[in-house]
Every structure is written in structure tokens, then in C-alpha cells.
Design a protein around this ligand. Structure first.
Ligand SMILES: [Zn+2]
Length: 110
């Protein structure tokens, strides 16, 4: 672990939340992952919630492969969840509403 992160607690919390949501992504199930990917597919100019998803999106644009799109979807999910869980950084309203609906319906496997 990079101990300099201790001096930057918000960064540590963001990284931790992002990594936890990788496990949530795996447990989410295909129908909800497909729903998330469809939501991303409707975004003409994605408003990235973090650097990880921004880099994956650039990779997708360069490759245009299904695998690159899936990687982007996962990172966008984790970055969005991390922002929602610890900051008030503005994010896509549709993404926020999607997460809030899953939380309300108890479909987010935390
Ligand atoms: Zn990640």
C-alpha cells in the first residue's frame, strides 16, 4: 500500500470504494450489467466519474472491440459507485438515478 495515501484520506476512500465495487459488479448478474451497459450506450458524450473509466473509454475508442467496451462498462460502474459513495462530485443524473433505484429496490449486491 502506498502510505502517502494515508495523508490523502479522500483518495484512499475513493480507491477502496472503487475496488469494492469490482466485487459488486461481479455479483450484479447479467441482466443488471446489461442494463448498465445499455445506459452507457445511450450516452453520446460520457461524463466520466473517474480516471479509470476515462482511460478505458479512450481504449475502447481506439480499439472498438466488445472486450474494450465491457472493460469500460465495469470501470464506469466502479467509478460512478465510488463517487456516489463518498463525494458530492457531479455525475450523470441518469447514472445516479440508476444506482438509487437499485439501492431502493435492494438489487445492489453489497
Ligand atoms: Zn477498476
Amino acid at each position: 500500500m502506498d502510505l502517502s495515501l494515508v495523508d490523502h484520506a479522500p483518495d484512499l476512500v475513493a480507491i477502496f470504494a472503487h475496488e469494492v465495487y469490482h466485487f459488486v459488479w461481479r455479483r450484479l448478474g447479467h441482466p443488471l450489467r446489461a442494463e448498465w451497459m445499455e445506459l452507457l450506450n445511450t450516452e453520446k458524450r460520457p461524463k466520466h466519474a473517474g480516471l479509470s473509466s476515462e482511460l478505458r473509454y479512450a481504449e475502447f475508442l481506439a480499439r472498438k472491440t466488445k472486450a474494450a467496451w465491457k472493460n469500460y462498462g465495469c470501470e464506469a460502474f466502479c467509478d460512478t459507485a465510488a463517487v456516489l459513495s463518498h463525494t458530492e462530485k457531479p455525475i450523470s443524473l441518469r447514472r445516479k438515478q440508476w444506482f438509487l433505484r437499485l439501492i431502493k429496490e435492494r438489487k445492489l449486491p453489497l
